[in-house]
Design a binder for this molecule. Structure first.
Ligand code: XMP
Length: 430
């Protein structure tokens, strides 16, 4: 089954994704393409029912005024322009279309069918994946994050044992994280899953390394090495599954974002791995990926889990990672998550975790001096992780978490709450 599509051409609007989301919410699939798309490229897209020229107020890209290629006007697609247009192009609007106007364009002018939903998406993708992969095998780095988990479940649905999942435990996972990946994928979904416990190898490489960027680079490159070693042991692998999602594609197309830290997705593998790619989620926004995971039967806790950085607890153990601090981060994080869940805060707060800095402070325990670490609790809310505000946690909840950390986590005598918004702080500490 082919789903109808509305193409949004980006003429400099800042609201392309907002518009694409609104159209998808009305049940019609929508994709964003650059303003200079050629007639051939447009015609090669499946089932295009109409085009929206999205210019916002300026119709400016990279400081230059932009227009679409004139031949596009002659292709016969219904078009509207969402901006203050300088050119003639069919049904004309001077602002973001309201709901009624948008519906009228989609369903009356373009005759699109409201057939965009996850059930249809999965059916389509299963068919497409089977066609693309044939009898070959697909290799997938399964971190246990939302995207890689949903791709794995979709590929299992499509090709079963032809999918080989590799889960690398880099020793910086949260408590029970690897165990839950094994439980869901090996035991419940009967995936062909290779589990590699590379904790010692990673922790060895990270010993005495205190520079944050250096730590990230070691974790990233070591991950690739482990993954390559596993891939070399396998035979007949032609494809690599990737959890690329739509924002990854849109964001990689913009060149305006400045790098603050090298955000590195441990699952992001180099191109010279010589595999063809299977990227079945590349059309989906994050919430659609989650809906897809639910439809595929993945547990709620896996699909709705909070974001977790690729370098894992390594960035929550500032400076050179030591095993005692890593254990303190892991245990305190588990307590925080448990208490947040009990208080219903897991559904309210965007991201929450603990950090254990690399210094000790004096305390008193059992009437004797102690010299131990500090746990910092961080709980933030954000829309896009570019800026963030802190959550005002109920005092009793904080007290309970503090009491539990101080009595259950070894080597910790102090608990603090981080009040810093982003900016100037970042969400993670490194
Ligand atoms: P910062 O610390 O930059 O974090 O304010 C913004 C969001 O990104 C997550 N984060 C990462 N995610 N790989 C990832 O996949 C990374 O290397 C990485 N570093 C930070 C962070 O948890 C927060 O949600």
């Amino acid at each position: 089954m082919k789903q109808d599509m509305i193409v949004i051409l980006d003429l400099g609007s800042t609201e392309n994704t907002v518009l694409a989301r609104r159209i998808r919410d009305l049940g019609v699939y929508s994709e964003i393409h650059p303003h200079d798309i050629t007639a051939e490229e447009l015609k090669a897209l499946d089932n295009v029912k109409g085009i929206i020229l999205n210019g916002g107020e300026n119709r400016v890209v990279d400081g230059k005024a932009v227009e679409i290629r004139p031949e596009l006007y002659g292709l016969g697609y219904p078009m509207i322009s969402v901006d203050y247009p300088q050119s003639e192009c069919g049904t004309r609007l001077t602002q973001q279309p309201d709901e009624e106007t948008l519906k009228a364009f989609l369903f009356d002018t373009c005759g699109a069918e409201a057939n965009w939903n996850m059930k249809n998406f999965i059916e389509d993708q299963v068919e497409l994946i089977r066609r693309q992969v044939g009898d070959s095998k697909v290799l997938l780095a399964l971190s246990g994050g939302v995207d890689s988990s949903v791709v794995a479940a979709l590929l299992i649905r499509a090709i079963g044992q032809q999918l080989v999942c590799v889960h690398v435990n880099h020793g910086l996972m949260r408590k029970n994280e690897s165990e839950s990946v094994i439980q869901v994928f090996r035991d419940q979904l009967h995936a062909n899953l290779i589990y590699v416990d590379a904790s010692e190898r990673f922790l060895g490489k990270l010993e005495n390394v205190s520079d944050p960027e250096q730590k990230r680079k070691i974790i990233g490159s070591e991950f690739i090495r482990v993954f390559e070693e596993e891939a070399r042991k396998l035979e007949g692998i032609e494809f690599l599954g990737q959890g690329t999602i739509y924002p990854d594609i849109i964001e990689s197309g913009t060149k305006t974002a400045k790098m603050v830290k090298s955000h590195h997705n441990v699952g992001g593998l180099p191109e010279d791995l010589q595999f063809k790619l299977v990227e079945p989620l590349k059309q989906l926004f994050k919430d659609e990926v989650r809906a897809c995971g639910v439809e595929l039967g993945l547990p709620h806790s896996m699909v709705y889990r909070q974001p977790f950085p690729g370098p894992g607890l390594g960035v929550r153990c500032p400076g050179a990672i030591t095993r005692d601090r890593l254990e303190a981060v892991r245990e305190s994080d588990a307590i925080l998550r448990e208490e947040f869940e009990k208080a219903g805060l897991d559904k309210k707060v965007w991201q929450y975790f603990t950090v254990v800095p690399n210094f000790k402070s004096v305390g008193v325990r059992n009437n004797a001096r102690c010299f131990e670490y500090m746990v910092i609790i961080r709980a933030i809310n954000t829309i896009d992780a570019m800026s963030a505000t802190i959550e005002r946690i109920d005092w009793d909840v904080l007290q309970k978490i503090t009491d539990r950390i101080l009595s259950e986590v070894p080597n910790v005598n102090r608990v603090c709450y981080d009040m810093s918004p982003k900016p100037p702080a970042t969400i993670e500490f490194e």
